[in-house]
Write a protein that binds this ligand. Structure first.
Ligand SMILES: Nc1ncnc2c1ncn2[C@@H]1O[C@H](COP(=O)(O)OP(=O)(O)OP(=O)(O)O)[C@@H](O)[C@H]1O
Ligand SMILES: [Mg+2]
Length: 262
């Protein structure tokens, strides 16, 4: 399982994990993504924030091949993926989680993770073995035989990450994995995100409204508003940006975090 040989990006000597060039996505007269460009370097952990309806999930859908673009180009690990289907993009090593997680009710936790592993192998035995390893690594072994639908939301969120890891991704897009969690559960999921990034070497982009999480873990933050990228930079710089404060964070955030932002 996993990758054999060098990545095309490595062969070409390119460092970027993802290049998004002028991506625009229209839905019947609504411009959900408006000429968005950015680059993710290999091993970065980048946050994507912005108000409800700003176009964050749409951008993930465009990148992961679920939505055809209206215009623009996307390059993943040196390969053009602009016109690829979602399963083709996934095979190249781009995994994602979904904002609204619909658990496969009939599957156990382990079977769910195996679904991810089948992206890399046809062997049931190998998929089972790999799923077991991932569950151990994410400290989910105790939950292996539960139906995902029986679990509390916080555990379901961890399972969705485990399933995404099953495909052995180079890039993981996380859509609000901390939504609806209490502070200790947020700490747990934050530790998993950091483990996946720091120890497993996966490049991560995460959409998050939980600012404690996104501002703490991100190397860089990109901000969308009304489909446009309005800011990009280090978390503390972005949090002081008047445009970002006005569009999303609010003055209260700045007052409450004055010390960190100095
Ligand atoms: N499949 C679709 N068809 C039509 N309009 C859509 C579709 N998906 C998203 N939209 C619209 O595109 C805009 C951006 O939505 P999107 O879900 O990307 O926002 P978001 O930034 O993820 O918001 P949230 O923080 O609430 O999840 C919204 O106006 C939404 O209604
Ligand atoms: Mg969304």
């Amino acid at each position: 399982m996993g990758y054999s040989g060098k990545d095309k990006a490595e062969e070409k000597g390119l460092m970027a994990m993802l290049e998004v060039h002028n991506v625009t996505k229209d839905f019947d007269g609504l411009r959900a993504n408006d000429d968005i460009s950015f680059t993710l370097e290999k091993d970065e952990l980048v946050g994507l924030i912005g108000p409800n309806g700003a176009g964050k999930t749409t951008l993930f859908n465009c990148i992961s091949g679920l939505h055809p673009l209206t215009s623009g180009r996307i390059i993943f690990a040196g390969e053009e993926i602009t016109h690829l289907k979602a399963y083709e993009v996934a095979r190249l090593g781009l995994a994602r989680t979904f904002q609204v997680y619909v658990a496969s009710g009939d599957l156990t936790v382990k079977e769910n993770v195996m679904v991810g592993c089948f992206m890399r192998t046809r062997s049931r035995a190998l998929a089972k073995e790999r799923a077991g390893e991932i569950l151990t690594d994410l400290k989910l072994t105790d939950l292996s035989n539960y139906l995902v639908s029986e679990l509390p939301v916080s555990a379901q969120k961890r399972v969705t990450m485990a399933t995404a890891l099953g495909s052995d991704p180079k890039l993981l897009l996380l859509d609000e994995v901390a939504a609806g969690l209490n502070p200790s559960e947020i700490d747990e999921i934050m530790a998993i995100i950091k483990h996946v990034h720091d120890d497993l070497g996966v490049t991560v982009m995460l959409i998050e409204h939980v600012m404690e999480l996104v501002m703490k873990v991100s190397d860089r933050v990109i901000v969308l508003d009304y489909g446009q990228k309005i800011a990009e930079g280090e978390p503390t710089t972005v949090a002081r940006d008047p445009l970002v404060i006005k569009a999303y964070l609010g003055e209260r955030y700045v007052t409450e975090h004055a010390e960190e932002l100095e």
